[in-house]
Design a protein around this ligand. Structure first.
Ligand SMILES: Nc1ncnc2c1ncn2[C@@H]1O[C@H](COP(=O)(O)OP(=O)(O)OP(=O)(O)O)[C@@H](O)[C@H]1O
Ligand SMILES: [Mg+2]
Length: 238
């Protein structure tokens, strides 16, 4: 049984059909990359899996460990072991980086998680998680916090994007740490290079998964297509 199974979901918002029969499975302990151009619905998929407010499939099912979770709220899904690293992480007032990284347990050493994402603990642990952090710093701290949470499923929405772009090596460090903890990963990106760190990749287009399989083959297919955007009913990859 897959850890996460998305079965034939449609999702419509304001007349726009973002998904029209999307199916996908993430196996336990595996890294599954989702590739797709800007605007193909990758972040929407992340919000649907996490159960963000108003993100309930119009039809179809999302199953986690074999149970339908369509109606569960974010905090209920978090309790089941699902965590989301946002494409654009928010900043919070009143919490330090140290406290954020030790939310799950005060026993852990937060330094190792910061080092993993290329930040010096002595410079960042006592900083506040507010607007004084740059977008790239916040992004790194968000990824570090997901590793520290030790979820069953981590959804990483464009972990390599941002002004201060993370390198593939940075992402590999995070993925390796997640895998060591037994965390499965849904790794979302519009850059084909990212598929290198995955066990499996799927290509999203026109509200569906259009191909799925060996990451190298899927990335090659994605890269070789020249179209820039996904418009209307036409699939840009064919
Ligand atoms: N609330 C909404 N109302 C109308 N359109 C929406 C809404 N939310 C998302 N969309 C549209 O749905 C499509 C998918 O958006 P989404 O953010 O999921 O794309 P994405 O693949 O993550 O893009 P990117 O690569 O730029 O992050 C876009 O065309 C977006 O404009
Ligand atoms: Mg997005």
């Amino acid at each position: 049984m897959p850890l996460l199974e998305i079965k034939d979901i449609t999702y419509r918002v304001k007349e726009k059909e973002i998904f029209s029969g999307l199916s996908l499975a993430v196996e336990s302990g595996r890294v599954h990359a989702i590739l797709g151009k800007n605007g193909t619905g990758k972040s929407t998929l992340a919000y649907l899996v996490m159960g963000c407010e108003s993100y309930i499939p119009t039809s179809g099912e999302i199953l986690f460990e074999g149970k339908v979770i369509n109606e569960l709220k974010v905090h209920e899904r978090a309790k089941l072991g699902i965590a989301l690293a946002w494409q654009e992480p928010v900043r919070f007032e009143g919490i330090s980086v140290r406290d954020y990284l030790t939310l799950k347990s005060k026993e852990i050493d937060p330094s190792i998680y910061l080092e993993m994402v290329g930040l010096y603990p002595e410079l960042y642990l006592d900083r506040m998680l507010d607007k004084s952090l740059s977008g790239g710093e916040r992004k790194r701290i968000e990824l570090a916090s997901i590793v520290a949470l030790e979820p069953k499923l981590a959804v990483l929405d464009e972990p390599d994007s941002g002004i201060d772009m993370l390198s593939i090596q940075d992402i590999m460090n995070v993925i390796d740490a997640l895998k060591k903890n037994g965390t499965s990963v849904l790794l979302i990106s519009h850059r084909e290079e990212i598929a290198k760190v995955a066990d499996k990749a799927s290509l999203i287009c026109n509200g569906k998964i259009m191909c799925s399989g060996n990451p190298k083959n899927v990335a090659q297919y994605y890269k070789s297509r020249k179209c820039e955007v996904c418009i209307g009913e036409e699939c840009v990859y064919v």
